[in-house]
Ligand binder design. Structure first.
Ligand code: 13P
Ligand code: SF4
Length: 304
């Protein structure tokens, strides 16, 4: 079957079976083309609360599919590929954070949405990279325990010196492995390029950026910018999407290693199989966990 035929069949099945496809922008172009909505983690959460279809296929990673189920429990929610987890979300669990909270009883626990539903039940509010600063600023408290991404937490803390932050040592293994030497090399090779970076990168990389933001933030900046060349410091799928969208501009990956194997686990055939009801994983959450996690996600949507 040719790629176009698979896409046509997905579009037909979507209509026939009342399916909505949500796709994170780290997915491949052939998947984004058949999606009803594409965006960053925050955009996907907002969309998940609004979906009217009977079934939702989440092309992304597990915590994103769980967010859809948390917000739309009456829907059948399918994770496009059962092996697509987020290593950062698995780094800390409910028991560990419950113990840490005992050391910091007067701190508000701000959880990056890249966490398990179970862990969210012991947190106060969720954030994503696009709304973390806004939410941390708005919070009534000036003491924040930020989990699990140390890099994102450090970036936010620098911008809010009036607040006290406690950070733990978690993070994205894809973004965190890139050091400043990659930026120096890329800037030497492309001296006229602006450097756009995701805040999951280490501080020494983020400090060298012309723009810091979420995946859709980076894409919007590049689309609107007068500049013609950009070094992209996030998962390399964003380079591909921007190249396709803005053919008159040039986009360079910060590193050829900026690839998230979990985001890349989903194929177009996986999406087809989900539409047929023969693939992916149906997300189930017990009601207590769902309601405990929903508190943090509702607060994120309200404040963000
Ligand atoms: P955003 O979609 O919020 O930019 O986060 C990127 C990411 O790594 C998602 O797992
Ligand atoms: Fe998780 Fe990083 Fe992959 Fe995003 S890019 S899904 S944070 S491992």
């Amino acid at each position: 079957m040719a790629l176009k035929d698979v896409q046509q069949e997905i579009l037909r099945l979507k209509k026939e079976n009342d399916i909505c496809i949500l796709a994170h922008c780290y997915q491949s172009p052939e998947i984004l083309e058949v999606a009803d909505y594409t965006g960053d983690s925050f955009g996907l959460a907002v969309e998940a609360a609004k979906v009217e279809n009977k079934t939702v296929i989440m092309c992304g990673v597990r915590f994103m599919a769980e967010t859809v189920k948390i917000l739309s429990p009456e829907k059948t929610v399918i994770l496009s590929n059962a092996d697509a987890g987020c290593p950062m979300a698995e780094m800390m669990d409910k028991d560990v954070i419950s113990e840490v909270k005992k050391q910091y009883p007067d701190y508000t626990v701000v959880a990056y949405v890249n966490t398990t539903s179970e862990l969210k039940t012991v947190c106060d509010v969720c954030v994503t990279s696009s709304c973390a600063l806004k939410i941390c600023k708005k919070l009534y408290t000036d003491k924040i325990l930020f989990i699990p991404d140390r890099n994102l937490g450090e970036w936010i803390a620098k911008q809010l010196p009036e607040k006290e932050f406690k950070l733990l040592s978690g993070g994205c293994p894809t973004h965190a492995k890139i050091g400043s030497e990659a930026v120096v090399a890329a800037k030497k090779k492309h001296p006229n390029a602006l450097f756009l970076v995701h805040p999951e990168c280490v501080a020494e990389v983020v400090e060298l950026a012309d723009y810091v933001g979420s995946t859709t933030g980076i894409m919007d900046f590049a689309r609107k910018s007068e500049a013609k060349e950009f070094i992209i410091g996030t998962e390399n799928s964003i380079v591909t999407h921007l190249q396709l969208e803005c053919p008159d501009k040039r986009f360079y990956p910060l590193s050829k290693n900026l690839i998230c194997s979990n985001m890349k686990a989903t194929t177009l055939v996986d999406v087809l199989n989900c539409c047929k009801g023969t693939g992916g994983e149906i997300i189930e959450l017990d009601e207590e966990t769902r309601l405990g996690a929903k508190r943090c996600i509702d607060k994120m949507i309200e404040l963000g």
